[in-house]
Design a protein around this ligand. Sequence first.
Ligand SMILES: [Zn+2]
Length: 369
Amino acid sequence: MSAVRDSSPGGAPESMPGGVLPWLAAPLHEALRTQRGHALLVQGAQGAGQFEFAIALARAWLCETSESQRPDGLACGHCESCHLATADQVHPDLRVLLPEALHLALGWQRPGDAADAGEGKKKPSEWISIKQVRQAIEFSTLTSGRGRLKIVVIYPAERMPPAAASALLKLLEEPQGGQRFVLGCGDAAALLPTVRSRCHALTLPAPDAALAERWLADAGVVDAPVLIASSGGAPLAAFERHAMGLDAVLWARLPALVAAGDAQPLSRLPVWLVIDSLQKLCHDAMLAACGVAPRYFPAAGVPGDAALPRLADWGQALRRSARHADHPWNVGLMVESLVLQGQRALAGERAPIASATSAAPRDSVHSRR
Ligand SMILES: [Zn+2]
């Protein structure tokens, strides 16, 4: 996952004042115009930009430039508050609750417990801790540092364990004066119903394709439509995959590479991304076998003559690989094993599809986009 600074992936352009991603501008205007509740649940497909939306909303609410000078309601991007409400600063009236893994990946400061980040060498947590929620509760008792609102952003909200979410309930129901919550999530069904019921829900629309393509092209991504399709329509995911080395050329070649059993070009990708890509290829090969246009890959590259039972077995084996393994014992061998498994499935051989193990889980927080 790429570093994200100031609401936009590292190296990518920010197309509007305040760092607002272009396809989020319209829903932001609407939210700023209509939202009066103290707790907002921003939902949408993975990669629609929930975190970026939540931060842009928080910055707009905290902005100290007169609203008469901000007709669109967005943050001005140059006042003291806007300067502080960025990834590498600490705004006294903004708390951002992220899993440790995302704090590191997004480059966001963790006010109050920065020491945790360096504790030992254990793998960064992919969950929001109850300690972080308790700190947010404590934050709610403080007086506003700059005399305006206080905002708590929580993302991904479904990564709060039940105990942490339960600790937050009272505050969501009876917030202290001048406090607002913005919860971003990609899977609202995974949230406690009691959390959902205390928030006003806002669903982000799918990113406008033309805006997303232009944004990716400005970021130096070639063949942006191919990569947007590879990410199921999520431009942030497309950008991050591109940054990891999965460009449009490699994506278009991937079905042929798997069919040929050539794992080498994929061996430099993270294992979770290889598994995710193979799952998409399996999905598209199933569609093609049924005479339906593929969703993720250019149609010309997807074999249409694979046997459905073999593809179903392959899909199950990939799910097992994603679910049961964590640390690859040898990334190169792991990727080779996964690709050979795919080759057998696409060729329709009768050999059983063995489970390739030791891959990162597909629902890892790193695959949020
Ligand atoms: Zn401002």
